[in-house]
Design a protein around this ligand. Structure first.
Ligand SMILES: [Zn+2]
Length: 377
């Protein structure tokens, strides 16, 4: 017995349905639908993975009946999935230019998907823009355009298209618009345009009032404006809201604390992270051991001694920190919750699965595992 890959199985069933539909339509009075011999031969090729032969037969069938657009769509998507984008493009272009009014938009949408998978983003963008102007494919086309601009890091265009989405969708995805505005604010900060960055961050909070990323960027602006105390408060607020950002925030907090002579910074960090209510004692200790620079890690023992996770002396804090840092540098300090990507650096937007806010310090998971194995069975 052969085993079918799930995609082929699905396509085979789709093709059965499609063929039955178009044959049934041509012979509406008959209760029993008879499929032509070619169809069975084509299906046999398909399920035995002889895709080229199957494609040829289905193309011949589609050509024999000019109305059999559905078969051509199935064929086109089959080619795209196989990476034969040129053939998919030629099928969908023909359907768009010569198909009936009902198939033109569908063919244009499929064509844009072909261009996208061929990496021809300019062409994909143009077709999606036409479809986004009106009609049945407007919403889907806007979604794809947003995806293209996100991939290109063109946040201004992504935001512009976002603003064309239906109001309910905008409301639901407010956090993503806030990220676009934060991306733009970060660019403005890099270019030294503090005022513009401030305006963009205020706009970001309209979409998402509580936003640790905006707190971090506002802290940088506040620091630049000569108010380190204000910046410190913002950093700590972001840390309490999102302990997963500790690796990004704590070095900045310690730098300000050194400059301003802020007392008991380590105690404050421990209190804020405990205040988040989201970390187990081991996660808290291990997170601090990873986030605090080696020169200052000995100070940790003061906070971690009473957590009961075996980090009671400066020497224990130092060796734990060295061990966790080594593992993180080798295998990634962060992991994406959605796709499992391991990454040494921080991303707000996962470079693999394109989710926002999905990275977490890998140390959270290591600590969870250690907690599980420490539990008596
Ligand atoms: Zn991911």
């Amino acid at each position: 017995m052969f085993e079918l890959p799930p995609l082929l199985l699905a396509l085979a069933f789709i093709l059965v349905g499609v063929a039955a539909w178009f044959l049934g339509r041509r012979n509406g009075a008959a209760r029993t639908v008879r499929l032509p011999r070619d169809y069975y031969v084509g299906l046999d090729h398909l399920i035995n993975d002889r895709i080229d032969h199957a494609a040829e037969i289905f193309a011949r069938m589609a050509e024999a009946d000019g109305d059999a657009a559905e078969i051509q769509f199935a064929l086109g998507s089959l080619f795209r999935r196989r990476g034969e984008v040129d053939r998919a493009i030629s099928i969908h272009s023909r359907l768009r230019d010569h198909g009936g009014p009902g198939t033109r938009d569908k063919a244009a949408f499929a064509l844009a998907l072909d261009y996208q998978s061929a990496g021809l983003m300019d062409r994909a963008e143009r077709v999606f823009e036409e479809l986004a102007a009106s009609g049945e494919y407007r919403h889907a086309a806007l979604d794809h355009l947003v995806g293209i601009y996100e991939t290109q890091g063109d946040w201004a265009k992504a935001l512009k298209v976002f603003n064309e989405l239906p109001p309910a969708v905008q409301l639901e995805r407010g956090r993503i618009a806030a990220h676009y505005l934060c991306e733009l604010a970060e660019q403005a900060l890099l270019q030294g345009e503090s005022e513009r960055a401030g305006t963009l961050l205020r706009q970001a909070r309209v979409h998402q009032p509580s936003l640790p990323r905006a707190d971090i960027l506002t802290a940088r602006l506040t620091e630049r404006a000569g108010d380190p105390g204000g910046a410190l408060a913002l950093y700590l607020q972001a840390l309490e809201m999102a302990p997963g950002l500790a690796l990004e925030i704590i070095p900045a907090v310690l730098t300000i604390a050194r400059q301003t002579g802020h007392a008991d910074t380590f105690g404050e960090l421990g209190r804020r992270l405990r205040g988040s209510g989201r970390l187990s004692p081991r996660q808290l200790a291990w997170l601090l051991a990873t986030a605090v620079p080696p020169a200052e890690v000995a100070h940790l023992a003061g906070i971690t001694a009473d957590l009961g996770v075996g980090v009671e002396s400066a020497a224990e804090a130092s060796s734990l920190s060295a061990l966790l840092t080594r593992i993180g540098d080798a295998g990634g300090r962060y992991q994406c919750d959605d796709c499992g990507l391991n990454s040494v650096g921080w991303y707000w937007h996962c470079p693999k699965c394109r989710s926002w806010d999905s990275l977490r310090p890998a140390v959270f998971k290591w600590a969870e595992r250690a907690d599980q194995s420490a539990r008596p069975t």
